[in-house]
Design a protein around this ligand. Structure first.
Ligand code: SAH
Ligand code: SF4
Length: 346
């Protein structure tokens, strides 16, 4: 499975062939990815056949499409059974891929399907990068109506906490940026607030965007939704985020999953506005996608709009994010929960 090798260590896969085969293979894997090894037209037939059944480090278990073909969700399954979920959202001038960094997540945020499922394992760098290569190949070879034929953005907002899998995510970023040629400025790492990971990411050379999943603006409420807040409370998270901003000069974003009667109050808007202003951050509001196990509910669109207006009045830029793929549960680990259930009942 070539994506599980470092891009610099493909020699073994080429065997006795001439050395330029390594470069050709690397091109196919990272610069012009293809869905099938048979499409690697300048490689000899036996090499293509040998790669054909093991090009991807996972099987495509479920592929779903929504929003008139402009949202696509994949549930990939690794040979050991680990679930890997990615969602591609196409727009007239953008194609954003949401990728997973872990199978499951150990951090147990109350409203998150991935968190409710628990932790399975870390994803390897090659498993993270292969999600990107797969979507890139899909856009190039199959495409979406009216959408660019290549990725313009990659966000670590699928399953898992990327900064709890730091070394592997770091290596995945290196391969994406330095080998695939994806601009660091088109990549966003989303974190629930792993303070040491934020500091380590700040020390890396790449100016990737950082999104902080805040969801609550005081420690009491935040700890009740996001248990890791007990270890890294808001003040500490704010300090690390500010250091990141100062080192990278990249505007921070604050993610705020809207929950009815929980974090949509004026009191929270006040406190959130103060934090966002100190961090000069942009706030993204997203309606909760209710999970089978969550107590929380989504507010109405009107309530969300009012919360956004309250932030704007306090001098904060806020965007209400669209909820792509609702009908296929394309948010946040939901597919695996459904698929996990259906497997159990089989
Ligand atoms: N672990 C990282 C990245 C993955 S979660 C993090 O927490 O940031 C990506 C985003 O989806 C986070 O902002 C998370 O809070 C949000 N999210 C999780 N469950 C959700 C749900 N049920 N509805 C809407 N957003 C959700
Ligand atoms: Fe993990 Fe992020 Fe879900 Fe929290 S929101 S449980 S950190 S994936």
């Amino acid at each position: 499975m070539p994506y599980l090798h470092a891009p610099e260590e493909l020699g073994d896969l080429v065997g006795d062939g001439p050395s330029y085969r390594v470069d050709q293979l690397r091109e196919w894997l990272y610069r012009t990815p293809v869905l099938n090894a048979e499409d690697m037209t300048n490689l000899p037939a036996e090499m293509r056949h040998a790669l054909a059944s093991r090009l991807w480090p996972f099987d495509v278990e479920v592929e779903q499409s929504a929003d008139e073909g402009t949202t696509r969700k994949w549930l990939f399954r690794a040979p050991d059974g680990a679930a890997i979920e990615a969602v591609l959202m196409g727009y007239p001038r953008r194609a954003t891929l949401c990728i997973s960094s872990q199978a499951g997540c150990a951090l147990g945020c109350t409203f998150c399907a991935t968190g409710q499922f628990g932790f399975e394992r870390h994803l390897e760098p090659g498993e993270i990068v292969a999600q990107v290569a797969y979507a890139q190949a899909f856009l190039r070879q199959i495409g979406m109506p009216g959408v660019p034929d290549h990725l313009t953005n990659v966000v670590f907002m699928g399953m898992g906490e990327p900064l709890a899998n730091f070394d592997r995510v770091r290596e995945a970023l290196r391969r994406m940026i330095e080998v695939m040629g994806i601009s660091a400025r088109s990549i966003t790492v989303s974190t629930v607030g792993m303070v040491p990971g934020i500091r380590r990411l700040a020390d890396e050379p790449w100016p990737v965007y950082l999104a902080i999943s805040l969801h609550a603006a005081d420690d009491e409420l935040r700890t009740s939704l996001v248990p890791i807040n007990k270890r890294y409370p808001i003040a500490e998270l704010e300090r690390a985020a500010w250091e990141y901003f100062e080192k990278k000069g990249r505007r921070l974003s604050i993610e705020w999953t809207m929950m009815d009667g929980v974090n949509d109050t004026l009191d929270q808007a006040d406190k959130l506005a103060a934090i966002a202003k100190r961090l000069r951050a942009h706030v993204n509001l997203i309606a909760l996608n209710p999970t089978p196990l969550s107590r929380e509910k989504a507010p109405s669109q009107l309530q969300i709009r009012q919360f956004a207006d309250a932030l704007e009045r306090r001098g904060v830029n806020a965007t209400v994010r669209d909820t792509r793929g609702r009908d296929i549960d394309a948010a946040c680990g939901q597919l695996r929960v459904l698929s996990g259930n259906s497997r159990k009942s089989m």
